[in-house]
Design a protein around this ligand. Structure first.
Ligand SMILES: [Fe+2]
Length: 367
């Protein structure tokens, strides 16, 4: 990938995938002179739509990692070639700052784990976030269990997202529950809260006490299941990616509703968002044939998620904090006997602003 100047005033971008001339206005908008861009915030201090659309490059030359340009409106500016190349590589830009995802199934013999470090500017946090983005979950060990530390943890990454369950919630068996999570029942693999607008991006679950023999945590890589469906049960994949379903939560104080596909694709047909929560989904009354296709596809997806091929199980120990991508990773638990002792987890939500914002910052710091 490189930048080239020809005829003294034309700037070209060349890579193995594409070659093109960079538009002068595109470059002019990126001029970061102190009279154009606030140097503290890197925000423009003028409206770029007022620039002359027919602006041209008067002179351009390359020197080491710099591209120097004089524009026809009298502005001269210096551009970092490495930064221009990064931005012009649109495929990489769209993937975001994170490494490639590693899809996994029950054969995953490595549990992405990270040791807690209370310094969230540390390399430990950097490594922890990279694992989270690769695998869709990470277990942080030895996180302090006193004084609702989960709130501190979440706010140190970014900002906690309060919901009607509170700033954080206690997952334990209680008599007057408003969600099956607050019972000792088996919970099938699911993603949380598909009925919210927007759906929370990340769930944190922190184990405070676990004295029961059951209550194992379960996880499934929803992207891996979706890919498997795409390859082996195409009709099921198609109906699940094109049928918008209503999700609903109801209690005495609130009714929450949102719609979405069980497998949502992005504009390039890549898997973007898994919504799988059969406790709270309501498919609209489609034509008989489509309804039947949907029911068998949802059944197939549920079977795969609960199967030995895709589901992993492990016991969370006090201090373990499980951080899960709620758009990718399904979670559940096996049933337990509450008379054996206390099983107490604390949970909360954060959004991608927290994880991605922190990761981008740590990339800037360490790479
Ligand atoms: Fe849940």
């Amino acid at each position: 990938m490189k930048i080239e100047v020809i005829e003294k005033n034309r700037v070209l971008f060349n890579s193995s995938k594409k070659n093109f001339e960079i538009h002068p206005l595109w470059l002019r908008e990126r001029a970061n002179n102190s009279n154009l861009v606030d140097q503290l915030t890197e925000q423009r201090i003028y409206d770029p739509s007022t620039l002359d659309k027919s602006i041209k490059i008067k002179k351009a030359n390359l020197k080491e990692d710099s591209l120097n340009i004089e524009f026809t409106d009298g502005i001269s500016s210096k551009f970092k070639i490495s930064e221009l190349c990064k931005e012009l590589d649109s495929e990489k830009m769209k993937k975001g700052p994170v490494e490639e995802k590693i899809l996994w199934d029950a054969k995953l013999n490595y549990r992405p784990t990270s040791k807690f470090n209370k310094d969230f500017e540390s390399k430990d946090t950097f490594e922890m976030l990279k694992q989270f983005y690769k695998y869709g979950f990470v277990i942080i060990t030895k996180v302090p269990t006193k004084d609702n530390y989960i709130v501190n943890f979440a706010n140190s990454l970014g900002a906690i997202r309060p919901t009607n369950f509170g700033v954080f919630f206690n997952v334990k068996s209680i008599p007057n529950y408003n969600d099956l999570a607050y019972t000792p029942r088996h919970l099938y693999p699911h993603t949380d809260n598909p009925y919210r607008k927007p759906v929370p991006c990340i769930q944190l679950l922190h184990c405070i006490e676990n004295q029961v023999s059951g209550g194992l945590s379960t996880l499934v890589d929803g992207f891996a299941v979706a890919n498997y469906l795409k390859k082996n049960f195409r009709e099921s994949f198609d109906i699940l990616t094109t049928t918008k379903v209503r999700f609903r939560f109801i209690d005495k104080d609130v009714i929450l509703e949102n719609w979405g596909e069980l497998i949502e694709l992005d504009e390039n047909k890549n898997i973007k968002h898994i919504r799988f929560n059969t406790k709270v989904d309501y498919v609209p009354h489609l034509h008989k044939e489509n309804l039947e296709k949907f029911y068998s596809a949802r059944k197939k997806m549920g079977e795969l998620c609960c199967s030995k091929n895709f589901e992993i199980k492990f016991k969370l120990m006090p201090g373990d904090l499980l951080m899960m991508d709620n758009y990718r990773t399904l979670h559940g638990r096996t049933a337990y006997d509450a008379s054996e002792g206390m099983r107490h987890l604390q949970g909360c939500y954060i959004d991608y602003d927290s994880s991605e914002g922190k990761l981008l910052h740590l990339i800037r710091k360490f790479e």
